[in-house]
Design a protein around this ligand. Structure first.
Ligand code: HEC
Length: 167
């Protein structure tokens, strides 16, 4: 083997290694997106963040997932609207998402569960939701207790709760 052969063999080797690295990165990205889809599904995010999802028995097409909901939840906390997570995520880095996803929220957002989600799982959700792309408008703004709203809403006032005295 002369030096030219050695050189070209090395070059070919490097190109093949490069392709291997790119392939591995692509596989890893696909694995993360798939994991994110699974977590969003079993984490039940669509139940609130995708309009009509429970009513459709979960058959809303994936292209319409997580666009936020203009049907509010009204309770003692005021009226809240499930955010458009595709817009929210498009506006922040993955590192910021790790912090943002763990902040305290108003009901009925189960923030206390999301706050316990591991970094790896939150990253997978980030990759999945980013991959869906931006769609829809931001959800309506939160309205404090006593403020009337013009959107549809679901009432969340507990009725007939046993009182402390009757326990
Ligand atoms: C029972 C309904 C419900 C479910 C289930 C739910 N959310 Fe929410 N989510 C809400 C509501 C309502 C808000 C708005 C809360 C507020 O105004 O403080 C919200 C807000 C959020 C926010 C804050 C967005 C922002 O920047 O304004 C994030 C992030 C979020 N949800 C992520 C998730 C994820 C991820 C899941 C699934 C693991 C999930 N939610 C499941 C109702 C829900």
């Amino acid at each position: 083997m002369n030096y030219k052969t050695v050189f070209s063999a090395t070059a070919i080797g490097l190109v093949l290694a490069g392709i291997g690295v790119a392939e591995a990165a692509k596989k890893n990205e696909e694995r993360l997106i798939e994991r994110g889809r699974y977590l969003v599904t079993v984490g039940q995010c669509n139940d609130c963040h995708t309009p009509g999802f429970p009513q459709s028995n979960g058959t809303i097409p994936e292209s319409d997932w997580l666009v936020g909901n203009s049907v509010g939840f009204q309770g003692p906390w005021g009226t809240t609207y499930p955010a458009n997570l595709r817009k929210v995520i498009s506006a922040m880095s993955e590192e910021n998402w790790l912090k943002h996803a763990r902040l305290e929220r108003r009901p009925p957002m189960p923030w206390f569960n999301l706050a316990k989600t591991s970094d790896d799982d939150l990253r997978a959700m980030y990759r999945y939701i980013s991959n869906l792309g931006v769609k829809g408008e931001p959800a309506p703004a939160y309205a404090p207790p006593g403020q009337s709203v013009t959107t549809p809403y679901i009432e969340f006032f507990p009725k007939n709760l046993p009182t402390q005295a009757s326990k």
